[in-house]
Design a protein around this ligand. Sequence first.
Ligand SMILES: NC(=O)c1ccc[n+]([C@@H]2O[C@H](COP(=O)([O-])OP(=O)(O)OC[C@H]3O[C@@H](n4cnc5c(N)ncnc54)[C@H](OP(=O)(O)O)[C@@H]3O)[C@@H](O)[C@H]2O)c1
Length: 255
Amino acid sequence: MKKIAIITGATGGIGNEFVRQILQYELDEVWAIGRNEMKLKELCNTYGEKIVSVTADLSEISGIEKIEKMLSEQRPEVRFLINNAGLAKMASYKEYTREEIIRMIDMNCKAPVLLCNVCIPYMKTGSNILNVSSASAFQPNPYINLYAASKAFERSYSRALNVELMGTGITVTAVCPGWVDTELLPKELNGKTVKFPGIVTAERVVRTALRDAEKKRDMSVCSLYVKCQHMNVKFMPQRLVMKIWTSAIRKYIRE
Ligand SMILES: NC(=O)c1ccc[n+]([C@@H]2O[C@H](COP(=O)([O-])OP(=O)(O)OC[C@H]3O[C@@H](n4cnc5c(N)ncnc54)[C@H](OP(=O)(O)O)[C@@H]3O)[C@@H](O)[C@H]2O)c1
């Protein structure tokens, strides 16, 4: 039976790095999922014949069903499921269209949950699910509110699923990086250069996440900066945490 890894958001900054680093494991195929066909082709050219590119919009149920069908036809062992695809927007609630709201919830919440349920029957002892949440899951974050709330959902879901799966040998790790140097968020907003304190590389996030998954940790936090944030927000009143966050972010926002 062939062993595979499934990586969503493989065409993005962190996903591309997951594809690169996952090849160190004994795998027959890496199913790289994304919508951008040009970037998927580039992945195949860069990383070789083990990469199976899958074009799918995961905010649509048909995208999930495409992967489900491939699994039921090929019946592989899923060694890794990496739910990494995600959408973000830094803006006031007024700046969201109804379609954007639905798409973000579908992409960041619905898709990872559905993919977990689709893939778990094909997993064995030693398999790993890595759900890429965010440090924004640690507290409510005005002006990146919907994104942060969706990531809190993902983190909470992942940790509880990990408990439900105890005894199966399958580990679920919620990956919670702070700012990562990718194209997810704009570098400039309303004429101002956005500052991303504590920003790290995708290489470091992925290296730490895979190491933490191997150690069967239910959470992966990759830098001292984010570890301190995680600790601080546990002890500080949430109103104060939101006040500090809001004062740093408001200057970029059109209200
Ligand atoms: N960058 C950060 O500061 C940061 C911090 C914490 C957590 N994260 C999380 O890390 C993950 C990866 O983000 P990134 O920084 O690598 O962002 P990115 O470079 O913008 O990549 C996002 C990926 O998501 C995919 N995607 C978006 N909508 C999709 C859809 N409807 N269907 C299928 N795929 C879709 C994109 O693929 P296509 O364009 O091909 O559709 C792309 O591969 C996200 O979950 C994000 O929330 C990022």
